[in-house]
Design a protein around this ligand. Structure first.
Ligand code: SF4
Length: 621
């Protein structure tokens, strides 16, 4: 295999913004001597360096793969448009940061898919690397292109572009894939190795999905009639993999420390995976079930190792809902004691409204810097019951009272617009709730509250996601969402409230891609061919390009985004088993429509199906 590094001249790096994105050489980045039997894996994040480097999956898998003497994992990120232009002008292929090796020379090119709006960036990175975009066009000389991350739970719109995908937590699966690859290519890839035999054997590994081994048949009404494996050797259903015991898994004792500012620039500890709450809009809360916790001793040891190996002076706590960690008090006490005298501080993420305490918040140094954030998600109790967000207005007002008395002068409040069953009244209630906070503030004695009130209200547009109870629900029409956004904008005019809202344009395409099928592959490629990338960046997103391409291929955005789906409809992702049953999700959808709540796992088990994993919260762990 050729290994000549690409040549980056100083002149080129001086011509682009943030050159540190493109040079590597960071503390704890890994280099290895080359040998013919070394498996080379390029971990790719389809967005800019600052975002990709903040992704914990990248740091975990990088560490894990590089622990193997037979494997070298390197990194690559999407170049910003200025760098891309220069790379294309000077014929510089996309390369890895560690050795500046063109990605086309790797054995594996792996993308983590964290959001659907990164799809055009994936295609752009493959093209810049000189790797054929379509799996059908790849030969024995090309790398294997693998996907992972939450979006892989419905990979169908990108099925034509990925040779395989890892469904669920990749820690164990990826090692099994590398072992299998070694059996096929013991001395490195040759031009005659049997790629298709490898893919067939890979498909037999639990948690591995090989899209090209499945055929999709559509009905005349455009819905899916069947998703069939090509023959009896391919499993009809792919069940996700999880790490059962987080205490015994290999966890990083070092992290790459970037040379430039990134979004989350600190060490972080993963308290648990999964979420016990069951918010009906939340895909992560469903696909990562059951909850599995890491013990205090394990986290404390990891924190000591990371502090030593990185020099970071800030430690974040990572999970879907930190206040649900059963040993939060003892963990924070232990860490603060351990960090005392080192100038290392603890950074606490936003807490649930019903578990907000000043004692806890005062343990976190960064909370005051970044301010408080709360997510009531909906304005009325009825709508919060629809989404199973089990918090009340009283919880919000009590948390704000504590916050004002503790010296905070406000908070950022996050809501969604366009939730199933939402009416104009529910949108109006967002403003009423904010009024209640203002009234509360003014009602407190001056000595008990800060001098100035500052509230920020943000509304995102609801996107029904696969593998959630709302996978059957239609997305609200743009004109309705727009009307409610404009109403709130007016209501907050001349008030001590800043209102931010997210434009519906990109949310519409996110809904299209999230619940899409294989026919969208041609659309995504067509949009990319028009030069569109960085769809997740508002100033780069162009709705017209998407609508034109959909029309060109005879597809309708409403079919995917605005149509309520029948209970019996086969979803494009029904062959992917996330561990939570369809029957449970549909039960939850019906309860939602009646505004009935479901208790969280620690109060009562609602038989979601995750017991099949035989561990975690379902068994009292
Ligand atoms: S089986 Fe019960 S306890 Fe386990 S994740 Fe599902 S609802 Fe929670």
């Amino acid at each position: 295999m050729k290994t000549e590094p690409v040549n980056l001249t100083d002149g080129l790096l001086r011509s682009v913004t943030k050159p540190a994105r493109y040079v590597g050489g960071e503390w704890n980045s890994v280099t290895k001597p080359l040998s013919s039997d070394l498996v080379r894996f390029a971990f790719c994040f389809p967005d800019v360096y600052e975002i990709g480097m903040s992704n914990s999956a990248l740091q975990i898998l990088y560490y894990l793969l590089n622990q193997r003497p037979d494997t070298w994992c390197e990194r690559s990120f999407a170049p910003w448009t200025d760098m891309e232009q220069l790379m294309r002008e000077k014929n510089i292929p996309l390369y890895s940061l560690e050795s500046r090796t063109p990605l086309s020379q790797f054995d594996w090119v792996g993308f983590t898919l964290q959001y659907e709006l990164s799809f055009t960036n994936v295609l752009n990175m493959l093209d810049l690397a000189g790797i054929p975009q379509l799996t059908l066009e790849r030969s024995a000389e090309d790398p294997l292109v693998v996907a992972g991350g939450p979006v892989a739970f419905n990979l169908e719109p990108m099925a034509d572009f990925f040779d395989l995908a890892v469904i669920g937590e990749a820690e164990e699966t990826i090692e099994e894939l590398i072992d299998l690859y070694h059996q096929h290519c013991p001395n490195g890839r040759t031009s005659t190795w049997d790629r298709s035999a490898f893919l067939r054997q890979a498909a037999a590994i639990p948690g591995v999905y090989v899209p090209s081994l499945y055929a999709v048949v559509y009905k005349t009404d455009q819905t899916v009639e069947a998703i069939r494996p090509l023959d009896g050797t391919v499993p009809p259903i792919i069940q996700k993999r999880i790490v059962k015991n987080l205490n015994t898994m290999k966890r990083p004792d070092q992290l790459i420390v970037p040379n430039t500012e990134i979004v989350h620039d600190r060490m972080s500890l993963e308290l648990f995976r999964g979420c016990p709450r069951g918010c009906r809009f939340c895909q992560a809360g469903m696909i990562y079930r059951p909850v599995r916790e890491t013990g205090v001793d394990t986290l404390s040891k990891q924190a000591a190792a990371l502090e030593q190996s990185t020099g970071y002076d800030e430690c974040g706590l990572l999970s879907l809902s930190t206040s649900d960690y059963s040993q939060l008090g003892s963990l924070t006490d232990r860490l603060l004691e351990q960090f005392s005298g080192h100038h290392t501080s603890l950074s606490l993420p936003s807490l649930r409204l019903d578990s907000f305490t000043l004692e806890l918040m005062q343990k976190g140094s960064s909370t005051r810097k970044s301010g408080l954030t709360f997510a009531p998600e909906a304005g009325t109790q009825r709508l919060r019951d629809v989404i199973n967000k089990n918090i009340t207005e009283q919880d919000l007002l009590e948390a704000m009272t504590l916050a004002f008395k503790g010296g905070w002068n406000g908070a950022k409040l996050y809501f969604m617009l366009g939730l199933p069953t939402e009416t104009d009244m529910d949108a109006q209630a967002i403003a009423d709730l904010t009024d209640s906070i203002e009234t509360l503030y003014r009602g407190l004695p001056r000595s008990d509250r800060p001098r100035r009130l500052e509230l920020t209200v943000s509304t995102a547009v609801f996107i029904p996601k696969p593998h959630t109870p709302f996978q059957w629900a239609p997305q609200e029409l743009p004109e309705v969402v727009n009307k409610r956004q404009q109403f709130l904008k007016e209501r907050f005019r001349n008030r001590p409230v800043k209102y931010h809202y997210h434009d519906w344009h990109s949310s519409l395409i996110e809904a299209l891609l999230a619940r899409g099928d294989r026919r969208l592959g041609a659309v995504i490629r067509d949009v990319w061919a028009k030069g569109q990338t960085f769809d997740a960046w508002d100033d780069h997103f162009k709705l017209d390009n998407w609508l034109d391409s959909l029309e060109k291929f005879g597809l309708d955005v409403s079919f995917y985004a605005h149509r309520e789906r029948a209970e019996a409809e086969i979803m494009p992702w029904d062959h992917i088993d996330c561990g939570v049953t369809s029957a449970f999700l549909y039960r939850e959808y019906q309860k939602a429509l009646k505004a009935k709540t479901t208790p969280q796992c620690r109060i009562a088990c609602s038989q979601c199906g995750a017991t099949t994993f035989e561990g975690g919260i379902c068994f009292g762990d």
